[in-house]
Each structure stands twice: as structure tokens, then as C-alpha cells.
Design a protein around this ligand. Structure first.
Ligand code: SF4
Length: 82
């Protein structure tokens, strides 16, 4: 999963960091650092919570068709469909 960071929208609330300090890195003034964030599968739930907690919608969860297809194939290989 990837989180697209819209740095220009960030207002420094630090809610993302409060949810997931290991995923969202802030500068000394509490603003998100620039650059998209690649999230390991084990951290997706936490990262998703952090992204959704942003009141400025500065953190966009990339849910492209490729990502969804990859998830579907992975879940099928594990014997379940989600
Ligand atoms: S919650 Fe949103 S506005 Fe606040 S620091 Fe994180 S990205 Fe910026």
C-alpha cells in the first residue's frame, strides 16, 4: 500500500503521527515530510487509520486497480476471498 502525501495541504495537526509514529514522519514544526510513503502489509491497518485521521485530507491512500488486484490474488492464494 502506498500513501500519497499532499504536503501543501498539511496544517501540522500531527494526528497522523499520533496514530502511527513509525509510519508518518514530521518535521520539527509538526508538518508531514514530503514524499509518498510505501507501507508494508503488516502496517496497513495502522497507516490507514493515520491517513484517515488527517482533517486536511493531506494523506491519500493509493487504492489503484493494480493494488486491489494484487490484494485479491494474494487473498485467493491464501484460500480466502476478501
Ligand atoms: S494529520 Fe494531516 S495535517 Fe496533521 S500533520 Fe498529519 S498530514 Fe499534516
Amino acid at each position: 500500500m502506498r500513501i500519497i502525501v499532499h504536503k501543501n495541504k498539511c496544517q501540522g495537526h500531527a494526528r497522523c503521527w499520533a496514530q502511527a509514529p513509525g509510519i508518518f514522519n514530521l518535521d520539527d514544526e509538526g508538518y508531514i515530510l514530503p514524499g509518498d510513503i510505501e507501507v508494508a502489509e503488516r502496517d496497513e491497518l495502522l497507516a490507514s487509520r493515520g491517513a484517515r485521521s488527517c482533517p486536511e485530507r493531506a494523506l491519500e491512500i493509493d487504492a489503484t486497480a493494480d493494488a486491489l488486484l494484487t490484494r485479491l490474488l494474494f487473498n485467493q492464494a491464501r484460500g480466502g476471498v476478501k
